[in-house]
Design a protein around this ligand. Structure first.
Ligand code: XIL
Length: 382
């Protein structure tokens, strides 16, 4: 039989179309396979990021948190342990803040275990948490004399060797979070209260050029991240205030990259309003972005052991909160980088342990209720 019957024709054309479909599926299958293998490949080449648990509390859509009401970002220094374990801590952070600073996990001692050895997991966790909750991350701090790991302190080498280890470390850390972190405290507390440069291993082994190198290496690793010099005490030391501005002018004059100044503002109810306002206004004269980077207001500056937090202290604290926020608000919008608390609620502040006395420095009480200080923030934003 030479001819093809109608039935045969039909089944032939069915066969062709099935074959076409199959090849179509094959092509689709090919692309799916390619996609799948590239995902697998991507997972293999980067260290796996620790999965973030779902937020423990649903954030109400009509949130009145600081992140909603402020024209500049509000943030807090976060403890990785509390974030992972305490539901109310997480939900308060998610509701109130759109910026976070790692309180400890990105410090050199915690992240750099040895030359070329890093502990990324906690820092990765914070970065993922921030991404999931539309928060910016402010990295803290690449170089801080108080967080120098033993392997660095004990390192033996020439000046060039010291530059090399500084370079390796900064490029590794900034490079890992390139595009994921908005800004870094590149150098923390490098100036003494009397305005002289603080002694540290980097100064001893590299010389004052170490300051330029920190900023240059950070810029090399991420051309877009904002680079900050972070300092405390400019509200009480005019020598330090002058020295910070002089350092910035010098760096800018030699085209060393710097974008902002972090004013820690660990201060107290006994600090005059004008000191706080002046510190902010003077730093802003540099034209750089200003970050109130570690804000807390002690109500027990005399370190009394039997003090209780009463309405008078609360009112005094509220006033410091109000005038500080207002001073930042008064700057040109392009210079207001943000306002960050050093902790979330009074029970997780570093102050009582650091000063060995009770204190209540933060905007939330031990039950995560908004304090009078919080109302001070809202009044300052008006
Ligand atoms: C503090 C942390 O809050 C503490 O948990 C840690 O034990 C020591 O460091 N200035 C800074 C911060 O730049 O990194 C410090 O943080 C507080 C002072």
């Amino acid at each position: 039989m030479t001819g093809i019957s109608i039935n045969q024709k039909e089944s032939y054309s069915q066969l062709i179309s099935i074959t076409r479909m199959n090849s179509h599926y094959k092509i689709n299958f090919f692309w799916i396979l390619l996609l799948f293998s590239s995902v697998l490949f991507a997972c293999k080449t980067e260290d796996a990021v620790i999965p973030i648990p779902k937020p423990d509390t649903i954030v109400p859509p009509d949130t009145t948190g600081l992140r909603k009401v402020s024209p500049f970002p509000f943030g807090a220094a976060l403890s990785i342990d509390l974030l992972k374990t305490k539901a109310i801590y997480r939900s308060t952070v998610i509701k109130e803040f759109n910026s976070l600073t790692p309180e400890n996990v990105m410090k050199m001692k915690n992240i750099s275990l040895g030359r070329g050895q890093y502990k990324w997991d906690d820092a990765d966790y914070l970065v993922s948490f921030a991404q999931q909750n539309a928060m910016r991350v402010h990295g803290h701090a690449l170089v801080w004399y108080k967080s120098t790991p033993d392997w660095v302190t004990n390192f033996a080498g020439t000046k060039e060797d010291w530059k090399l280890i500084l370079h390796e470390y900064i490029v590794a850390v900034v490079g890992r979070y390139k595009g994921k972190i908005s800004s870094w405290d590149v150098l923390n507390e490098a100036i003494m209260d009397d305005g002289t440069f603080r002694d540290c291993v980097w100064l001893q082994h590299i010389g004052i050029e170490y300051i330029d190198l920190c900023f240059q290496y950070a810029r090399e690793a991420d051309p877009n991240v904002l680079l900050f010099y972070n300092e405390y005490g400019t509200e009480y030391s005019s020598a330090k205030r002058t020295a910070v501005n002089k350092l910035v002018a010098d760096l800018k004059g030699r085209s060393v990259p710097i974008d902002g100044i972090g004013l820690q503002m660990h201060t107290s109810i006994s600090r005059a309003n004008s000191d706080i306002q002046n510190a902010i206004a003077v730093a802003a004269q540099t034209g750089l972005k200003i970050h109130i980077s570690e804000f807390d207001i002690k109500v027990n500056p005399d370190k009394l052991q039997d003090i209780i937090f009463n309405a008078t202290l609360a009112a005094a604290q509220k006033e410091k909160y109000r005038i500080t926020v207002k001073a930042l608000l008064d700057l040109p919008a392009s210079q207001r980088y943000g306002f960050t608390f050093w902790g979330v609620c009074d029970t997780n502040s570093w102050i009582p342990a650091e000063y060995g006395c009770p204190d209540w420095p933060l905007p939330f009480d031990s039950n995560y209720k908004r304090k009078d200080a919080y109302s001070g923030l809202l009044e300052g934003l008006k």
